[in-house]
Write a protein that binds this ligand. Structure first.
Ligand SMILES: [Zn+2]
Length: 437
């Protein structure tokens, strides 16, 4: 086992320009990451899937970004999904015939064209990446596995392997395809765990790496040990950025849960891929830009460095304060974040994102105070009366004040996107403003 630090970047969310991605790669390399997984999703115009992509990077840009990574000593690993999480493709009527039982997110592996199309896609990806040693094939969260008639027929004929037999025939076949091209495949291992069939993982080719992603609490987990019994190599995966309950109305992820997750996986003794997701799923809202996770990147790559980093004491207080999100706690944090010492432009912009994120959090809480408080007090007033002065002191930020704060925030956030050459500015800003409507 080599203990290199792996970083995963999901391009289905906000994507920086080629120039800015190269600056980020320099930052990641300085942090200590040595391997980087690019999850392409819909962000490259794939020849084999006409009319489906929503590209942010051209193939020439991907080639130059990859060359830049390799030039600074970072190995690149492409990731494309081969079974589930294909919403970006299957949402189009042109590809509806490939859906599993009509579900938009999942391919039917029994469709006669499915494997050949996926293999052609992989070959197109490999043309972009002539120097790689690994490829990640996704294969997680195939929630609708074997719900179509064709797949159910196979399950009936093979009750011992059941649904996972269909999964293994498809995923194993694609693994063999990339092994024949000299690569080691890796897949997310959750389907073996959720189906309670870790015993079947041994059917995959021995070169396959199983990745046990667990984003809550600290690893390793019971499933990590179960997957190990397959005899295949098992990696862990943490999340630097992933779904959390409040992802709709936050512009900054709570760092406490992310830090606990990445730091505990780093102590597990397993190789770990630190994932950075762009949205909760292909057809969901945008997560914050990478700038919102600067502290977590530093901690995931080098926990020793993070323990002495000047931001750490602030983050230790930020986590619990964000969980409560009480305005009287957020206000001083917004002032304090502006004074954090920074080293380099990524930290400087990361600090600005944190400030904007905290200001947004405060606006949301003040808005809830106004709107929900008003409804509650309407009843209270009817029963016992109402003291407008004390109510206003604690809860009532006038809506026109909130509207002007939001307008100012929107201008600054747009400037942030432009200065940092980030994609999807309108979508992000409009999503965040929409909740005040
Ligand atoms: Zn099917």
């Amino acid at each position: 086992m080599d203990n290199k630090n792996w970083l995963h970047l999901d391009f289905k969310g906000i994507v920086p320009s080629e120039r800015k991605i190269c600056e980020w790669l320099d930052f990641f390399r300085e942090c200590g990451f040595e391997r980087v997984i690019f999850e392409y999703d819909c962000r490259v115009q794939w020849d084999c899937w006409p009319n489906a992509a929503d590209p942010r990077l051209t193939k020439d840009e991907v080639r130059r970004i990859t060359a830049h990574a390799e030039g600074i000593g970072m190995e690149v690993i492409p990731l494309v999904q081969i079974h589930g999480h294909l919403d970006w493709l299957l949402k189009h009527e042109q590809y509806a015939h490939l859906r599993e039982n009509g579900f938009v997110n999942e391919l039917c592996p029994q469709h006669p064209d499915a494997s050949a199309l996926i293999m052609a896609w992989i070959d197109e990806v490999l043309e972009l990446h002539p120097n790689i040693h690994y490829i990640h094939l996704g294969a997680d969260e195939t929630w609708h596995l074997c719900t179509c008639e064709k797949c159910l027929e196979i399950v009936e004929r093979d009750p011992v392997r059941g649904k996972m037999g269909v999964y293994l025939d498809h995923v194993g076949g694609i693994c063999r395809h990339v092994i024949a091209r000299g690569l080691r495949p890796m897949i997310w291992a959750d389907m073996f765990c959720t189906e309670g069939r870790t015993d079947l993982a041994r059917e995959l080719p021995s070169e396959t790496i199983l990745v046990n992603w667990q984003y809550t609490g600290g690893g390793p987990y019971r499933t990590t040990a179960e997957l190990k019994t397959s005899g295949l190599e098992v990696y862990g995966a943490s999340a630097i950025q992933c779904a959390w309950y409040e992802h709709w109305w936050c512009a900054v992820n709570n760092p406490a849960m992310r830090l606990e997750n990445v730091l505990s996986w780093n102590q597990s003794g397993f190789n770990v891929i630190h994932t950075t997701w762009g949205r909760p799923g292909n057809l969901w809202n945008l997560y914050p830009a990478w700038h919102g996770s600067v502290g977590i990147f530093i901690a995931a790559a080098d926990p020793g460095r993070w323990s002495k980093h000047p931001w750490k004491p602030f983050f230790d207080r930020l986590g619990p304060a964000l969980l409560r999100s009480w305005p009287h706690e957020l206000k001083p944090l917004i002032e304090e974040v502006k004074t954090l010492p920074v080293s380099g432009s990524i930290e400087e912009e990361g600090r600005k994102w944190l400030e904007l994120g905290l200001r947004y959090q405060l606006m949301v809480k003040n808005y809830l105070g106004v709107e929900l408080g008003k409804k509650c007090m309407k009843v209270t007033r009817r029963y016992i009366g109402y003291d407008p002065a004390s109510y206003r002191k604690y809860y009532e930020t006038p809506l026109e004040v909130l509207a002007s704060e939001l307008a100012e925030w929107t201008v600054e956030m747009r400037e942030f996107f432009q200065r940092n050459e980030l994609s999807d500015m309108d979508e992000f800003v409009e999503e965040k403003a929409a909740i005040f409507g």
